[in-house]
Design a protein around this ligand. Structure first.
Ligand code: NAD
Length: 331
């Protein structure tokens, strides 16, 4: 099997090459994203392995089919960047890695909460410069606070467990509630109740038509003043211009995001020597109460090991025409 790995970084290469010793596939690593401009690179490959910011619309998928690609092996859980109907039309199978380490993402959400709250990033820099003042570093106890969790799948559940462990009251909203979480003391409520009562709101639902721009002026209006909003799921869940307005109005007290709506051409890349064109992102960066990481919530060695293992298993299943356990299909 000839496999083209797009958007590949040194850590992808390291973990893939290590795991490929079991399978011995012919791997080619491309730094570039897969999109309309780069789809010609797929000539002669059986499989393309892609990540969150590869953009597989119908035009790209048609090109993949013309070039002989038969499998799109996502190395992430979300699949909002693949036109599944087009894949079906061109008879290309799509697989994903449904769960590589829910704890990795849930723990990163916690890292954003604690950093924003206790300002450890600011304290670190101050102390490095010999400034031992505590001025403007006041935080709040997370203990006893009410945390609203939207989406209680694998990551949302892991996050609920962490927050329960910290002594928080956990409210949740999901279209398919989990009875095991109710037994653990999580209360499922309506979105309105969750917005009204939560001190911290963390998003763990997928980006779908129904969830796009879930966080907007209307939903923020229903939230507590000084609410903390955390997004480690997908950028499109938040309407960025609305959240900026509410940060300026001091309605939103803290914003921690690992994902951003227009992250595609920025995140994962070193742009430190370039002029960043995205004024919206620059406005977000300018707030003292906004913390942005560039889609790193998944980045633990456990998760990278599990991703490699599952991607190769998916390709192996496809090659051997056994049932594709991790196939995703158009609804
Ligand atoms: P999952 O499929 O296990 O859980 C998603 C949950 O969302 C399900 O319980 C589902 O019922 C619920 N849901 C669906 N539609 C909803 C709606 N309209 N309102 C509320 N809930 C709804 O997925 P997961 O593994 O927990 O991952 C969640 C998301 O995290 C993924 O979709 C992905 O976008 C994101 N993610 C981000 C990173 C990262 O590095 N930042 C890594 C992995 C996953």
């Amino acid at each position: 099997m000839r496999v083209a790995v797009f958007s590949s970084k040194p850590y992808d290469r390291r973990y893939f090459e290590e795991y490929n010793q079991v399978y011995n596939y012919d791997l080619s690593f491309f730094d570039t994203n897969l999109n309309t401009q780069t789809s010609n690179l797929t000539q002669g490959f059986d499989v393309v392995c892609v990540f969150v910011n590869d953009h597989l619309n119908e035009e790209v998928i048609e090109a993949l089919a013309d070039n002989g690609v038969k499998l799109i092996a996502l190395r992430c859980a979300g699949f909002n960047n693949v036109d599944l109907k087009a894949a079906e039309k061109y008879q290309i199978k799509v697989t994903r890695v449904p769960a590589y380490s829910p704890q990795a993402v849930a723990e990163h959400a916690l890292a954003l909460i604690l950093t924003l709250n206790r300002k450890t990033h600011k304290a670190y820099n101050r102390v490095k410069e010999g400034n031992f003042s505590l001025d403007k570093l006041i935080g709040f106890n997370v203990y006893n606070k009410t945390v609203g969790v939207i989406g209680t799948g694998k990551i949302g559940q892991a996050f609920c467990e962490i927050m329960l462990g910290l002594g928080c009251k956990v409210l949740a909203y999901d279209i398919a509630p989990q009875s095991s979480l109710k037994d653990r003391g999580v209360s499922y409520v309506t979105l309105e109740e969750l917005y009204k009562n939560s001190d911290i709101i963390s998003l763990h639902c997928p980006l779908l038509e129904a969830t796009q721009h879930l966080i907007n002026n209307e939903s923020i209006n229903q939230m507590k003043t000084q609410v903390m909003i955390i997004n480690t799921s997908r950028g499109g869940l938040i309407k960025t211009e609305d959240v900026i307005k509410n940060l300026k109005d001091k309605k939103v007290g803290y914003l921690g995001i690992d994902v951003y709506e227009q992250e595609e051409n920025l995140f994962f890349e070193d742009k430190s020597e370039q002029i960043i064109e995205d004024d919206t992102l620059l406005r977000l960066i300018s707030f003292p109460n906004v913390l942005i990481t560039s889609h790193q919530a998944f980045l633990t060695s456990e998760a990278l090991t599990e991703i490699s293992k599952t991607v190769f298993q998916n390709i192996h299943d496809f090659e051997n025409q056994t049932s594709l356990m991790n196939e995703v299909k158009a609804q």
